[in-house]
Design a protein around this ligand. Structure first.
Ligand code: ADP
Ligand code: AMP
Length: 217
C-alpha cells in the first residue's frame, strides 16, 4: 500500500502519519524531515534548501527530485510508503508518476486533510517537537505532561524556525498557489479521500482509518 498525505501547513500530516505508521508497516517519507536533517548536517542539499525553508518558500523541484530518487532507491520502500508533504507542486506530482512508473509502483490513495486557515495559527505557533524521537506536541491542543519535555524520552522540546506568523503567511500562499493544484491532479485519478482535519486528533485518525480499511479490504 502506497499512500500520500497532503494538507496545509499545520493540518496534521506529521501527527496522522505517526498514527498510521503505528498500525501499518509503511516507510515514512517526509521531505520536510529529510530537508531539516540535511540542513542540520550541513549537506549540499541542506545548504541549498536552508534559505527557502526559513522564508517559508518551497525548495526548488530539482532538489526535491534528487532526494526522492535517492530515497526510493532503497529496498525498504518495497513494503509500501507514506509520502508526507510531497508532492507539493504539480511538477513534482508529474515527476513522481514517472519515477514510480520506472519502479513499477503507484499511489493507491491520497489523504487530503481539510481545515480552515484560521485554525492553523495556533497549530503552527503552538507546535513543539522532540529533537530526539520526533514526537509532535502542541502547547494549546496536545501539550506534554511536563512543560518543555518530551513525554516519551524526556528530551527538551524545540520549536521549528519556520513556525512563526511571517513564515506561515508565505507557506499558506505557496500552498494555495502550488499544492492545491496537486490535489486536483490526483482528483482526476479518483484516488483522493477528503478528511475533516479540524476535529480532535483521535477523530481525524478514526476517519482516516475507515478509508484505509476500505483500501485493504
Ligand atoms: P503538519 O505536519 O501538517 O504541518 P503537524 O502534524 O505537525 O502538522 O501538526 C501541527 C500542530 O497541530 C502540532 O502542534 C500538532 O500537535 C497539532 N495538531 C495536529 N492535529 C491536530 C488536531 N486534530 N487537533 C489539534 N491539534 C492538532
Ligand atoms: P514541512 O515539514 O512539510 O512543513 O516542510 C517544511 C519546509 O520544507 C517547507 O516550507 C519547504 O520550504 C520545504 N519543503 C518540504 N517538502 C517540500 C517539497 N516537497 N517541495 C518543496 N519544498 C518542500
Amino acid at each position: 500500500m502506497n499512500l500520500l498525505i497532503i494538507g496545509a501547513p499545520g493540518a496534521g500530516k506529521g501527527t496522522m502519519s505517526e498514527l498510521i505508521l503505528n498500525r501499518y508497516e509503511l516507510v515514512h517519507v517526509s521531505t520536510g524531515d529529510m530537508l531539516r536533517a540535511a540542513v542540520k548536517n550541513g549537506t549540499p542539499v541542506g545548504l541549498k534548501a536552508q534559505g527557502y525553508m526559513n522564508r517559508g518558500e518551497l525548495v526548488p523541484d530539482e532538489v526535491i527530485h534528487d532526494i526522492i530518487v535517492e530515497r526510493l532507491s532503497q529496498d525498504d520502500v518495497d513494503a509500501g510508503f507514506l509520502f508526507d508533504g510531497y508532492p507539493r507542486t504539480e511538477n513534482q506530482a508529474v515527476d513522481l508518476d514517472e519515477i514510480l512508473k520506472e519502479l513499477d509502483k503507484k499511489i493507491d490513495m491520497v489523504i487530503n486533510l481539510n481545515i480552515a486557515e484560521e485554525e492553523l495559527i495556533k497549530r503552527i505557533t503552538g507546535r513543539r517537537l522532540c529533537p530526539a524521537c520526533g514526537e509532535i506536541y502542541n502547547i494549546y491542543f496536545n501539550p506534554p505532561k511536563e512543560e518543555g519535555k518530551c513525554d516519551k524520552c524526556g528530551a527538551d522540546l524545540i520549536q521549528r524556525k519556520d513556525d512563526n506568523l511571517e513564515s506561515l503567511e508565505v507557506r499558506l500562499s505557496e500552498y494555495h498557489k502550488n499544492t492545491q493544484p496537486v490535489i486536483e491532479y490526483y482528483e482526476k485519478k479518483d484516488i483522493v479521500r477528503h478528511i475533516d482535519a479540524a476535529q480532535a486528533i483521535e477523530k481525524v485518525f478514526e476517519d482516516i482509518s475507515k478509508e484505509l480499511e476500505g483500501l485493504c479490504r
